[in-house]
Design a protein around this ligand. Structure first.
Ligand code: 2AM
Length: 171
């Protein structure tokens, strides 16, 4: 069994730009996401068996989805999970259909896809009980041309993510 999720995995350049936005939330008592962990979840799978993992990978191998451009340009806060996040100005159609296709594969594998409305975001800090969101604007232009299957492991130093496999999106 392994704890897995599908994600949009930023390259180093995008990661640095997100990290630069995060810096303003240092020393506020929040738990900032470590730079190597920054990502956008597409679909959280939870603990799944090696067999389900293999069969799901076979299904994802058959997908053909378009690449797209994301503009990360706003900061939001969800009170209940106490999460601070960076979000997109709009949700591109190829992203909506990508998530739909992944959910279909997950469902066909007999696993439970997340039923909640999809809300793409990069979690930048946890344990955020309250926050004043700064007014300064930013715009991180991210050309998304791949998706990743990521394994999540709890370690003494916190959670660690590792990309198991990635797939290109069609240009
Ligand atoms: P989050 O960033 O909004 O917390 C790995 O845990 C990733 O999967 C996180 O980015 C997390 O989203 C997302 N995720 C979605 N549902 C989850 C769940 N039930 N448990 C843990 N993580 C979940």
């Amino acid at each position: 069994m392994a704890k897995l999720f599908f994600a949009l995995w930023p390259n180093e350049e995008i990661r640095t730009q997100i990290e630069n936005v995060n810096q303003q939330f240092r020393n506020k008592g929040f738990r900032l996401t470590k730079k190597p962990n920054l990502h956008i979840t597409l679909e959280f799978l939870g603990e799944i068996s090696v067999n389900d993992q293999k069969e799901l990978i076979n299904k994802i191998n058959e997908l053909r989805c378009d690449s797209f451009d994301l503009e990360l340009a706003r900061i939001g806060w969800w009170r209940k999970p106490a999460i601070l996040w960076i979000g997109t100005t709009n949700i591109p159609k190829p992203l909506t259909s990508l998530v739909k296709s992944i959910k279909k594969c997950v469902d066909q594998q007999g696993l439970n896809p997340d039923q909640r409305e999809y809300n793409p975001h990069v979690t930048i800090a946890r344990k955020v009980k309250q926050v004043i969101i700064p007014k300064e604007t930013f715009n991180i232009a991210w050309h998304v041309n791949s998706i990743a299957l990521v394994i999540s492991k709890s370690t003494d130093g916190g959670v660690e993510y590792r990309v198991l496999q990635d797939w290109p999106l069609t240009n």
